[in-house]
Design a protein around this ligand. Structure first.
Ligand code: ADP
Ligand code: ASP
Ligand code: MG
Length: 860
């Protein structure tokens, strides 16, 4: 690529172009984070937005459904498109004219999509031109939302439609931009804006054909929009914010050992992209190759890290090979014939015939002899290539000069890339001996079209192993000092900082370094403390002791703010996979829904949000079903015991849980079993308080309300749709409304009553227990007499026991039993949920969390 002569030479501009990928703009929290990053930038800026994560696929799937007459699926796609964008708009923009305008744009776009799908359904066919029109709305809406969110954050920003200035050819679905024409229009359109200090927000991926129709630049095309814009405006640099730390030595989903490459030359990055590393669009480097514009691929999750610099520098000369790229789903097309040897022009005619079909060849392969020509292209295009070649070589096939034209599908092409390969002897030998050692059969080897890469084709099933072997052979895991890219952290915010909160903070701190979980925020009713880099163990314990002495967070260096506002502030920062842990005992349902809407996952020890009306319960579940957020609540029943987990495992394996029954209150267990064993009721209660089992006011436990909530949570898990049961109340009526100290002193008045009852049951071989039961149709919490020898009768201390009667465990229930109360075990239950969230997608795929893993994006 020549120096961009169309860019006027002038003093070096400070302009940057920032591109946010779909994985970054996945939801409201992601967009808030992008807005916060932009807000922290000084100097002129243009922003390129991809569609929200998954939206492009959704739009294409809906259209495909419409084409094949599955109208319900198409309608569902339109509804999902509408819902996701409306939710994001509502979460980001407060009610008012700006929100109304945005919602109207979203509605219109969804309606249009729906109408287009209906039209496609009638035609039964989706032309690339119509597909581009359909899919363009993903980027347009996303850019509108980003522009509105920036304005909301008081940054001057304005939506600029890419079709106003990205001039492309008419190759719908994979159009190539015209650099000169685009440059001119882009300058005219954007310079005045930028000069006025306004941020131009541009939808990526789309352009306009000469006939005025909308085109797309191929999957992942927003990267190309960004470099095009940078070239046109003579920007200093382009930053692509991604869900990976930068360009890695290999696709991290395939090679766990993949490492961040600190710097690549434009040419090397161009090859990596061209050969299918999804991290950059195959043609993204073309506009800026040979210029002084640098491109940075940086982590959206760790914006403080430098990422990969792609520039005109050369570095890492000790690594002749720097990266591996792979394209799957390829076919090798071969034109073969003994008669071809020495015949002039067969190769040229082959590529003319392919080009006439507007197919683009990814790699040309060397034949073992001169008697064949081979090349790869996407499998789906193989038939067209073969038939076009058969037409072109009709005479040669008839005369026997060419024996055969065939396609072999199911291939993957792997490229080994690095500038240092030029002149370094033995690179190819090292590649192929590594493959041979692994028993990998190389189907074809590419001609040295560039000295910067060696490409070879293997069958798809050997591709991953091949990449790993070559990665190993060149010790690519040592590049850049061999540091593993920062694994995603899980940032915990504690709502409430009482006994359980502190025990949890301690347990998190104790596991530090390995767990990648840290506490970044604390909320109480006065305000919040937020330290995005993590609150140190020492500070946490200092805060804990000062809170014990009665202080509130707002007075301990925190800020005064309502919790909802505090959460919005935190969500706007670069928090990584944030988790809100509710360890209060308040009605927090609304706040939790807001948190889920802001991209937090939620872990509950607090039962109340799940034990209110059925409507509020369902609303909470629905909020967590949106996007990537999760709701976990193991610690609400049985503290650290795996009760909810056991339920899910049974259900997942196809069993049906018919009844859950047992003792789920540590305090009631302690009191009732002590009384059954002969202790006076008043003394048992006092001990439960002293030992820290009971709530500060033991009436909260004795009333049975807390046990009833747990029972309700279990019943709802089983499908019960009603409200809470009326529990048996162990608080003597006459003592109900007394101040706590009087209640405690007068409790002895009921000791005799209890003693009599215990003796009556004992005579029948029974003991008293407080038992809850849940089924899909009902729920109860009762003081019951059970046989002394039954599992529940034998239960002692504060232990909990839960018995699952299921289809498979019908005659003898499955029992989970163990300590079910206390701050330590409750915290352990919470931590278990947090770890589950943290490990949801494993260390290497976590880099691409929430990201589609569909097909290759190897260009047109
Ligand atoms: P964006 O959100 O900007 O569109 P992409 O999803 O297109 O980002 O690109 C990032 C993804 O590319 C990563 O999640 C990763 O799985 C994949 N990938 C493939 N090869 C590489 C590589 N060599 N380096 C980094 N990421 C890679
Ligand atoms: N949204 C488009 C895609 O998913 C373009 C992009 O993300 O760059 O391919
Ligand atoms: Mg992409």
């Amino acid at each position: 690529m020549a120096r961009p002569s169309s860019t006027p030479r002038r003093t070096r501009s400070q302009l940057e172009v920032w591109k946010f990928g779909g994985a970054s703009l996945a939801d409201a929290a992601g967009i808030s984070r992008a807005v916060a990053l932009i807000g922290g930038h000084q100097g002129p800026l243009a922003v390129v937005a991809s569609a929200l994560g998954g939206i492009t696929d959704l739009l294409l799937e809906g259209a495909a459904a419409a084409t094949s007459g599955r109208d319900a699926d198409a309608r569902r796609a339109a509804a999902e498109f509408l819902r996701r964008h409306r939710d994001v708009a509502r979460a980001l923009i407060p009610a008012g004219p700006a929100r109304r305008r945005l919602l109207a744009t979203i509605d219109a776009s969804a309606r249009e999509y729906r109408e287009l799908c209906i039209a496609i359904g009638v035609l039964g066919h989706l032309a690339p031109r119509a597909s581009d029109l359909l899919v363009s709305r993903g980027e347009r809406i996303s850019a509108s939302i980003v522009a509105a969110a920036l304005s909301q954050a008081r940054r001057r920003a304005s939506f600029v439609d890419a079709t106003d200035f990205v001039v492309s050819d008419d190759h719908h679905g994979g159009a190539a931009p015209n650099l000169a024409a685009t440059g001119k229009l882009a300058r005219a359109r954007l310079r005045p804006l930028l000069a006025a200090g306004t941020i131009g927000v541009v939808p990526g991926f789309i352009g306009g054909a000469p006939d005025g129709s909308i085109t797309t630049l191929g999957r992942g095309g927003s990267d190309l929009t960004a470099t095009l814009l940078a070239r046109a405006l003579g920007a200093k640099r382009v930053v692509c914010w991604k869900d990976v730390p930068g360009i890695l030595t290999a696709d991290p989903r395939l090679v766990a050992e993949a490492r961040l490459i600190p710097q690549l030359h434009h040419r090397e990055a161009a090859e990596v992209a061209h050969y299918g590393a999804k991290v950059l669009h195959p043609r993204a480097l073309i506009p800026i190759a040979g210029t002084r514009i640098t491109l940075h691929v940086r982590s959206f999750i760790h914006p403080d890290q430098p990422g990969t610099e792609v520039s005109a520098r050369k570095s890492l000369s000790e690594y002749p090979v720097k990266a591996l790229a792979i394209v799957r789903g390829q076919a090798i097309v071969t034109v073969a014939g003994k008669g071809m040897v020495g015949v002039h022009g067969i190769a040229a005619r082959t590529f003319v015939a392919v080009d006439a079909e507007r197919l683009s060849v990814s790699t040309i392969f060397q034949a073992s002899s001169e008697s064949s020509i081979g090349f790869t292209l996407p499998e789906g295009e193989a038939d067209r290539a073969v038939s076009s070649l058969k037409t072109a070589f009709r005479d040669e096939l008839a005369s026997g000069l060419i024996d055969n034209i065939t396609a072999r599908r199911g291939m993957a092409v792997i490229a080994v890339v690095g500038d240092g390969m030029v002149g370094a002897p033995g690179i190819a030998a090292r590649v192929f001996s590594a493959l041979a050692d692994g028993g990998i059969n190389v189907v074809a080897i590419a001609q040295g079209s560039s000295e910067r890469n060696i490409s070879f084709a293997v069958t798809a099933d050997q591709a991953t192993e091949a990449v790993r072997r070559v990665h190993d052979a060149f010790q690519l895991s040592k590049i850049g000092g061999g540091r593993a890219p920062a694994a995603p952290r899980t940032d915990v915010v504690l709502l409430g900082f009482g006994r359980v909160g502190r025990a949890l903070a301690d347990q998190i701190a104790a596991a530090n370094g390995q767990s990648m979980v840290r506490v970044v925020g604390l909320l109480d009713r006065s305000g919040y403390i937020f330290e995005p880099r993590g609150i140190s163990r020492r500070r946490l314990s200092d805060l804990a002791s000062r809170k014990d002495a009665g202080a509130l967070l707002a007075d301990l260096g925190g800020r005064a703010a309502p919790s909802a506002e505090a959460l919005a502030v935190m969500a706007g920062h670069a928090v990584s996979r944030p988790v809100l842990v509710d360890v209060t005992s308040e009605e927090t349902n609304d706040l939790l829904r807001a948190a889920l809407g802001n991209g937090f996952s939620v872990v509950l020890a607090n039962k109340k949000p799940l034990a209110g009306s059925f409507d509020s319960y369902q609303q909470l579940l629905a909020a967590s079903a949106n996007g990537n957020c999760q709701l976990k609540y193991e610690a609400t029943v049985g503290a650290g015991l795996p009760i909810i987990d056991t339920y899910h495992k049974l259900a997942e394996t196809g069993d049906r849980v018919l009844r859950v029954e047992g003792c789920v209150s540590g305090t009631l267990m302690y009191v009732v079993s002590a009384v059954s064993a002969g202790k006076p009721f008043s003394q048992a209660v006092r001990e439960a308080v002293e030992k820290g089992y009971a709530e500060p006011d033991p009436r909260d436990d004795l009333s049975g309300r807390d046990a009833a909530r747990k029972a309700l949570i279990l019943a709802r898990l089983l499908g019960y749709r009603g409200g809470a049961p009326t529990p048996d109340d162990l608080v003597p009526r006459k003592l109900k409304h007394l101040p706590l100290d009087q209640f405690m002193t007068r409790l002895a008045e009921v000791d005799a009553e209890w003693k009599t009852r215990v003796a009556q049951e004992a005579a029948k071989g029974r003991v008293l227990r407080y038992v809850v039961a849940a089924t899909p149709r009902g729920v109860s919490a009762r003081l019951t007499a059970v046989p002394t020898t039954s599992p529940i009768g034998a239960l002692q201390g504060t232990r909990n026991l839960i018995a699952f009667t299921t289809r498979r465990y019908a005659s003898e229930p499955l029992v989970v039993s163990g300590p079910g109360a206390g701050a330590e075990v409750t915290a352990a239950g919470i931590l278990n949920d947090i770890y589950w969230l943290a490990q949801r997608s494993g260390p290497s795929t976590a880099l691409g969390a929430g990201h589609r893993l569909l097909g290759s994006e190897g260009g047109r």
